[in-house]
Design a protein around this ligand. Sequence first.
Ligand SMILES: [Zn+2]
Length: 251
Amino acid sequence: MKTYEIKVLKMGVVTVDKGGMTRGTDCGTKMVIPMWSIAIEGNGMKIIADTGVHSVAWVNENVSTVEGCILEEDETMEGALKAIGWKPEEVDIVINTHLHYDHCGNNRLFKNAKIYIQRKEWEFALDPLPNQKQYYMPSLFAGEAGNGTNIELIDGEFEIAEGLVLIPTPGHTRGHQSVIINTREGVVCYAGDAANLLENITSNIIGNILDDTPEAFKALADIRRKAEFVIPGHEPLIHKYATDNFLAIHG
Ligand SMILES: [Zn+2]
């Protein structure tokens, strides 16, 4: 089985109400959370999963459930790529777990990449439920940001290459997907917001930004079944530029 190397990229932090990520617990507790993207390399490919935020000012002004968006110099997508020695035009594939503003904000940088998005997510993003409208900004993923023709809308589980598989993990959004990556250490799941925090997986708690409750629980179960380690989309326990020692799912 082919293996891949992962490098975790930090796309800044925001302050949120923890209850937004752990439904029914810790409401009213403020928490500073990172926004993680990952760089995946192997099998002759350079891949980015999720592309961070496009504008700190836009986030602070427009998203009612977050405050205090801050990016260090190497936490913009351009800065993070430079730090790991990648050029945006070298990236072959971009994966969006979903199209919330903090997961696709820099898609436009990747002029030569094929962008994998679930078709259901694309449709939901263009016509979201009222409670999710503020998280979707079509100019970040459609039109020019999609670079015209390089968007690949997929339906369900999709093997990009041996050892690298996209699995549907809806619930948080209609067409959310997670990335299952075979590494030397074992099978790692980049969860996106199917699990914001490790606690979502280990304590079986869903988030509160939600499209479908049963699907959200099923997504957590699928991740537990398919992976040994997890990189939750907003978990403070993960380290910037980490390449291994991800969070164990099973004890
Ligand atoms: Zn999200």
